[in-house]
Design a binder for this molecule. Sequence first.
Ligand SMILES: Cc1cc2nc3c(=O)[nH]c(=O)nc-3n(C[C@H](O)[C@H](O)[C@H](O)COP(=O)(O)OP(=O)(O)OC[C@H]3O[C@@H](n4cnc5c(N)ncnc54)[C@H](O)[C@@H]3O)c2cc1C
Length: 417
Amino acid sequence: MAPESPKIKIAIAGGGIGGLCLAAGLVKKPHIDVHIYESVPEYKDVGAGLALHMNAIKAMDLIGPEVKKAYFSKALFMGEEEQEMATEVILAEGPHMGELVAELGRAKGRKTVSRADLLDGLMELIPKENISFGMRLASIEERAENPKVHLTFKDGLQVQVDCLIGADGIHSGTRSYLLGEDHPATQPKNHDGWQIYRTMVTVEEAKKHINEKWTRTVPILLGPRGHINCIPLNKGTRLSAGVAVRGAKFSVDGSTPPLRPEIYESYSEDARRIVNMVAKDTSASWSAGDHDHAPYYHKGHVAMMGDAAHASMPFAGNGAAQAIEDAAVLDFLFSRVTDGEQIEKAFAAYDTVRRPRSQKVVDLARQFGRVYAYAEDGMHEDPVRMKKFFAGAAAFTNNADLQAQNDEAMRIFENSL
Ligand SMILES: Cc1cc2nc3c(=O)[nH]c(=O)nc-3n(C[C@H](O)[C@H](O)[C@H](O)COP(=O)(O)OP(=O)(O)OC[C@H]3O[C@@H](n4cnc5c(N)ncnc54)[C@H](O)[C@@H]3O)c2cc1C
């Protein structure tokens, strides 16, 4: 690229996990001028803990070893550093109670991290002048002349850029713009009526109530009236514990009934003790949601990524990983986008490679939910079948060749030039 060529101006709406990972890659490219607009004035811990699977780590590494390092510097080892650990999926009800049916994301030195800590780590990779907080994107307009994308923020600020990448989460305004407000896939769905009861306690407090083992690892304890899970956070000082109930009866005002520990009598003792602890304070609870499949992830010079494009239920533990895979592909493509006229082709290559895989993860997460709730065609009565299902799903999400995914996107892009 000639030194006098203008930089490609990219706006990223949303400084969540996906937006920050992408920006961490783009800020290193001299021909790109990237700016993140994040709606909140500062990050708050929303009480969710993440256990990133191998594909997330691989995608971070593709963006840059410093991104992976940022994650590892903020996360907590689940066990000993050299010990292999996994999310343990265990039947907690029925004739096979106690049986381990899956070890998801098994890896040496596996870690968990709170979302806020991870965002802090990623922020350190992005110069302060490349990110603005308290900036809620309010409207998007595309014009024929350059710069093609005109953005207006809630406070009235207007910005013109060569392209917009919406990483603005499950309730994405970019998604509404791309698909249209009335498109059936625009709004988040909760087809199975999931309600997540969640509490946040210190590990010290948790040890008074539950088996101490579950404060050091990530169990998912299954049964028909909800599955139970714990994630240690903040370098082992706090515990996020939850019960996910399928088919929750929401009342007209949208509120849910309190969690009732007495209906978990047939569950294992370990599971019941966690339910009792969660029932004491469910203030960190929320209703889950995901997206029906979008028919495309871009139009013109506007694209969406991460939860904005393919929010999934948290049950397969791969939503953030998919957002980071998007970031890896977009980052790689933009290393070769030297002219604004190539942007649409880069977005088309991103869409071709990422849409099928990320939407399959949305479907898988829904299926995980049904399997966890003993609602998938008798699978809970056949642990061998269940193990096969989880092994196949984990192979699809975790063992993917992400360098090959990047290369395929680049091949499509270069062939289209
Ligand atoms: C309880 C729970 C547990 C989870 N566990 C895991 C796990 O173990 N592993 C895993 O891989 N995934 C997990 N996930 C999923 C993961 O958290 C999400 O998939 C991931 O955060 C998506 O990243 P994102 O950047 O696309 O969106 P987000 O992280 O949601 O970020 C979107 C950002 O956009 C901002 N924004 C919104 N609207 C605007 C606007 N108009 N203008 C500007 N900014 C805007 C928001 O403030 C936010 O900061 C879990 C999710 C939950 C809820």
